[in-house]
Design a binder for this molecule. Structure first.
Ligand SMILES: Cc1ncc(COP(=O)(O)O)c(C=O)c1O
Length: 440
């Protein structure tokens, strides 16, 4: 197995974008997810921001923020290159064909019918959720989150002037489950919305029809609007199936929801800023539009997302299978070689939710966090044991993964590891973690 020294002090892949571009193109109808593709030197959050934060030569693998390291689908690059040949970037009138691509993709893949007059474009799922919160949740009111869940929701809630109300998922034999009684108890007169993530980042739960219906019926009865973030829905592991919330049988439940989607996770287009939201409920969509919501997507974002939706399915199919293999690989590697960690293959997403409670205990991370918190100014975000583990893994293994407590109180004892990368990178990162943990 490769040791830390073998890779030297430089990033394993070197830092030249030009070198990365020289990687051989995939064979005609198969795509190359296996050749590591360096993102260093491109201002990437996953790699460059960590190098900036932790120092030069500090990062062997960036496995934090939720994007992937692969070259995108060749059809997307081709469409962008074609548009680049026309050297004018003036105002864009949104082509009707873009909306059609979104509607067709959702119909073809999932049987979802989106009415064009109930579809709004957005420059990301974040701005879309913020607009929806502005429509349904008055300033100062509470927004429910089933935690652990995506940390960005906390920022969206704050941007809308609301307060997050965490409702922890139950852990049964290491698996996360809904706690409907706890959810019912947490709804009060000033709870107007719940953000539901399906598949759930970071636990990977792909919620079943029964689970979605149960949450939906409770929220409908208690007059809480359900904002359903399905950005990770294409990425489910073998044997699991995504149920679109908008296809639940109970029409009253569906009418009380808005769904948020994008091609950005599946095709790695996050920085191109294109997303959409829809609802069967015309009044809900009108209320969101009335907040002044902007769907002003930039030209390249439209071109890329449209190419993905129209022509990207063969690439996506192979990606889904590759990610499934990555989860299997990590489960086996951790099971055999990293006894201080526990890993269960998730139902969906390219994110791994690693149990680090053994490591926390072994390195005294809770005590270290308590010490660091002494004398911190009142109101400062407290350091958690999981943040200590994050820094520990960067220092000892040069691998950056995210503290579980970023995803709510219920993320205690866990870390989120992004597996959206080549298997070689995964092996290198896990080998480095394994050898670091042998020493503690
Ligand atoms: C569940 C979820 N929703 C939304 C986002 C962000 O979406 P966007 O980049 O379209 O604003 C992410 C990104 O990680 C996510 O995981």
């Amino acid at each position: 197995m490769p040791s830390q020294n073998r890779f030297g002090r430089r990033n394993f892949f070197g830092s030249s974008i030009a070198a990365a571009a020289a990687v051989a193109a995939p064979a005609q109808d198969t795509f190359d997810f296996d050749t590591p593709y360096s993102r260093v030197g491109t201002d990437s959050t996953k790699w460059d921001a960590q190098i900036k934060r932790y120092g030069k030569d500090s990062i062997l693998a960036g496995m934090g923020i939720s994007d992937t390291d692969f070259r995108t689908a060749p059809v997307i690059t081709a469409a962008l290159q074609k548009r680049m040949q026309h050297e004018n970037w003036g105002y864009l009138t949104m082509p009707e064909s873009f909306r059609e691509s979104i509607i067709n993709w959702n119909k073809r893949r999932y049987g979802i019918t989106i009415r064009p007059d109930r579809l709004l474009l957005a420059t990301g799922v974040h701005p879309a959720i913020i607009s929806a919160l502005r429509a349904f949740s008055p300033v100062g009111s509470k927004v429910l989150l089933l935690t652990p869940t995506y940390d960005g929701f906390f920022g969206d809630i704050s941007a809308a002037g609301c307060k997050p109300q965490e409702c922890p998922l139950k852990q049964v034999n290491g698996q996360y489950q809904l706690d409907l009684e706890a959810l019912d108890r947490r709804i009060s007169h000033d709870t107007n919305s719940l953000i539901l993530c399906n598949p759930n980042n970071p636990t990977g739960n792909v919620w079943s029809r029964q689970e979605l219906t149960a949450v939906g019926e409770l929220c409908t009865k208690r007059r809480v609007v359900v904002l359903v973030d399905e950005i990770h829905c294409d990425l489910v592991t073998k044997g699991n199936q995504y149920t679109p919330y908008s296809l639940l049988e109970n029409r009253e439940v569906v009418n009380n929801s808005v769904t948020f989607k994008s091609a950005s996770k599946s095709f790695n287009l996050s920085a191109l800023k294109a997303a959409w939201m829809f609802s069967d409920n015309a009044e809900y969509m009108a209320r969101i539009a009335a907040t002044g919501h902007s769907g002003d997507i930039n030209t390249l974002g439209v071109v890329a997302a449209q190419a993905a939706l129209n022509e990207g399915e063969p690439w996506l199919k192979q990606l889904i299978s590759y990610i499934d293999g990555n989860h299997e690989f990590v489960a086996e590697f951790v099971g055999k070689r990293i006894p201080l960690l526990k890993y269960t293959k998730p139902q969906g997403t390219y994110l791994g939710w690693v149990d680090v409670s053994g490591l926390i205990e072994r390195i005294g991370a809770s005590e270290k966090a308590a010490k660091l918190n002494q004398g911190r100014p009142a109101g400062a975000r407290p350091v958690t044991a999981e943040m200590v583990v994050q820094d520990f893994l960067v220092k000892q293994a040069r691998v950056q993964i995210n503290a579980g407590t970023n995803y709510g109180q219920a993320g205690t004892g866990r870390m989120r590891m992004n597996l959206g990368t080549s298997r070689k990178t995964l092996e290198m990162a896990l080998s480095s973690i394994a050898s670091a943990l042998q020493k503690v």
